[in-house]
Design a protein around this ligand. Sequence first.
Ligand code: DQA
Length: 147
Amino acid sequence: MTHKILILNGPNLNMLGEREPEIYGGDSLEAIGVACQHRGQTLGMSVDFRQSNDEGELVTWIQSAAEDFSGIVVNGGAYSHTSIAILDALRAVGLPTIEVHLSNIYRRESYRNHSYISQAALGVICGLGAQGYLLALDALARIVEEE
Ligand code: DQA
C-alpha cells in the first residue's frame, strides 16, 4: 500500500517568496510543494500539499484525514501559537504528525515561542527553512513503515 501524507500550511504561507524573505526564505510555497512531491516519490509515498488562510478549513481537513492519510506534516503559521481548535483536531484524529516551521520560532518574538500544535506532534522541526518539510517527510516515512 502506498502511504499518503497530508501536508498542511496555515495562514500567509501562500505569500512565501514575497513575504519577509529574510525570515522565511525566497522559495514560493508552490516550489516547496513541488520539492515535497519529489521527496514523496523518492520515499514511495504520495503527498497532498495544501494551504489555507482559514482555521476552520484546516480543522475540517484534519478531521477528514483519518480516512485517507497515514500521517500529517503541519506548518500552522500563526495559528500554531493560538489555535486550540487545530490542536484538538490533530488529537482527535491521532495520526502521526510532524510540525514544521521555516523560521526558528524560539529565536523570535516571545509570542512565537509557544506552539499549541506541538502538543499533538511526534516531532518539531524549525529554523531549517524549506528543508524542514523534506526532513519531516523522511521522518514520517520511517514512522509509518514501523507502524
Ligand atoms: C511560521 C512561524 C510563525 O510564527 C509565523 O506566524 C508564520 C510562519 C514559520 O514557518 O516559520 O506564519 O510558521
